[in-house]
Write a protein that binds this ligand. Structure first.
Ligand SMILES: *[C@@H]1O[C@H](CO)[C@@H](O)[C@H](O)[C@H]1NC(C)=O
Ligand SMILES: *[C@@H]1O[C@H](CO)[C@@H](O)[C@H](O)[C@H]1NC(C)=O
Ligand SMILES: *[C@@H]1O[C@H](CO)[C@@H](O)[C@H](O)[C@H]1NC(C)=O
Ligand SMILES: *[C@@H]1O[C@H](CO)[C@@H](O)[C@H](O)[C@H]1NC(C)=O
Length: 431
């Protein structure tokens, strides 16, 4: 079997990047922060959050300097040390003299604890998966308590399915009866609702939009606390969130300007939900995803994919897991296997791929009846071409927006200003 150990440095760290792409820094739109493309992407995520107070640039570049390419533990340890250090600064009573100090230090500490966690999902029993998550949650809660209007954690049961949804409500105004436009924000494969604060919430609040972020099955806190992997019928996650907003927050939400945002694989989940949830007024897909299996299975080399497609699941599982155990996968591929199995709550790669087949828009796309922003990224590596498929299926209901050049990574990572400017300009024009 032919395996390429290094993937293209601009290709974001998503799935089983076993495809033959040569590393070539000169093709990258940004200066690579690691020769390891998975690490480069994680470092871009971290730096990208600096614009909303979720990281500091020198300390992140300092951690990056000491990380050994390919060594997941070194990545985790550097961010754990930086998180500890930032937490100690946050906890210093003199630091807490004002809300800005408090939220900057705690938001950054929270983000560094999440980065310390992200590459550790090979071993589900690693106690750090629990302890780092408790740290990121506590740090984040300290930060949102110090916002001018504190964020409010809420939990409510799903109406269909036995799980509980975790959400955070952020009001844009202290007025008890100002009806404001509102974003309902969800992530995809690996990001947490705490990340959503930096991706969308901070820039939305600044523009006078309320926000609610949420997590459903498969997403970091629900996966840990309720031991549930992803579910395809995502309307059963979004509908209870909309119920909550339109009942509990009815006085401050403009029900004619209620937009659903989906980030990354969340671009699929949000589109699926809006096909069933008629109270949403517009959807924002960052970026458009048409078919999860098509995207993920294209990351496999043709020979290993053939084993799966021939139905020899035991051989497929054994081959992929032994490559992983022998350290023969690129960091992108290794992380994709580790994280995908964990998030879909299965130890079997073939079961994972079987599950991904349930996530395709074709069967429900005709039920979408609202305006849709379909983001598309020049350097999209997992779902290339899929935003165009979403646009084609939606026709005039969709606006396809190409993020090009340095904003062209998966989800416009590290170009958050350019991404949110485009999204809010479209929302302003559309609603
Ligand atoms: C990298 O890409 C550049 C521009 O596309 C090309 O000139 C160069 O030869 C490539 N280098 C390698 C090592 O492939
Ligand atoms: C971070 O602090 C914890 C104690 O809170 C300690 O157990 C851990 O070893 C520290 N990690 C690093 C990398 O310094
Ligand atoms: C599946 O793969 C195993 C291991 O290569 C092989 O022994 C077995 O015959 C295959 N089964 C089928 C049905 O192809
Ligand atoms: C995207 O950027 C590339 C490189 O800068 C450029 O060649 C191309 O024309 C751009 N495409 C669009 C649609 O702007």
């Amino acid at each position: 079997m032919k395996l390429t150990l290094a993937t293209h440095p601009i290709l974001a760290a998503w799935m089983l990047s076993l495809t033959a792409t040569a590393a070539n820094d000169s093709d990258s739109p940004t200066l690579p922060l690691s020769t390891d493309s998975a690490f480069n992407f994680q470092l871009l995520i971290t730096l990208g959050d600096a614009i909303t107070g979720g990281a500091d640039i020198g300390p992140v570049l300092g951690a990056a300097k000491n990380i050994i390419p390919g060594d997941f533990s070194s990545f985790s340890e550097q961010f754990y040390a930086l998180a500890n250090d930032t937490k100690a600064q946050a906890a210093d009573p003199e630091n807490a003299y004002d809300g800005i100090n408090v939220r900057e230090t705690w938001f950054s500490a929270s983000q560094y604890f999440r980065r310390a966690d992200i590459l550790l999902h090979n071993d589900w029993d690693n106690p750090l998966l629990t302890s780092l998550w408790a740290e990121q949650t506590a740090a984040f809660d300290a930060a949102i308590a110090a916002l001018p209007i504190p964020g409010q954690r809420v939990r409510f049961p799903a109406t269909k399915g036995s799980f509980t949804i975790d959400a955070i409500w952020y009001a844009a105004s202290a007025s008890p009866d100002a009806k404001l436009p509102t974003l309902v924000i969800g992530n995809g494969f690996d990001a947490a609702q705490e990340d959503s604060y930096h991706y969308f919430v901070a820039s939305a609040l600044a523009r006078g939009w309320n926000c609610i972020t949420y997590e459903g099955p498969g997403q970091p806190t629900i996966r840990r606390e309720q031991e549930l992997g992803f579910i395809p019928d995502w309307e059963n996650v979004v509908t209870p969130v909309v119920d909550y907003v339109l009942s509990e927050k009815a006085n401050v939400v403009d029900e004619n300007r209620l937009a659903l945002v989906g980030n990354s694989f969340g671009g699929y989940l949000a589109a699926r939900a809006v096909a069933f949830e008629s109270r949403i007024s517009a959807a924002v897909l960052v970026d458009g995803v048409w078919d999860l299996y098509a995207g993920y299975s294209a990351q496999l080399t043709p020979d290993i994919r053939a084993i799966y497609e021939a139905g020899n699941y035991s051989q497929f599982d054994q081959e992929l897991l032994s490559l992983r155990a022998a350290g023969k996968l690129s960091s992108d591929a290794a992380w994709g296997v580790d994280y995908g199995l964990w998030a879909f709550n299965t130890h079997s790669p073939s079961d994972f791929f079987d599950q991904t087949k349930k996530y395709q828009l074709e069967s429900v796309v005709s039920q979408i009846n609202v305006p849709v922003f379909v983001g598309s990224a020049q350097f999209e590596n997992i779902f290339p071409g899929q935003p165009q498929q979403v646009k084609d299926a939606l026709g005039d209901k969709a606006t396809l927006y190409l993020f090009n050049g340095t904003a062209g990574y998966h989800c416009q990572t590290a170009a958050g200003q350019e991404m949110t400017r485009a999204v809010f300009a479209w929302l302003n024009k559309t609603l």
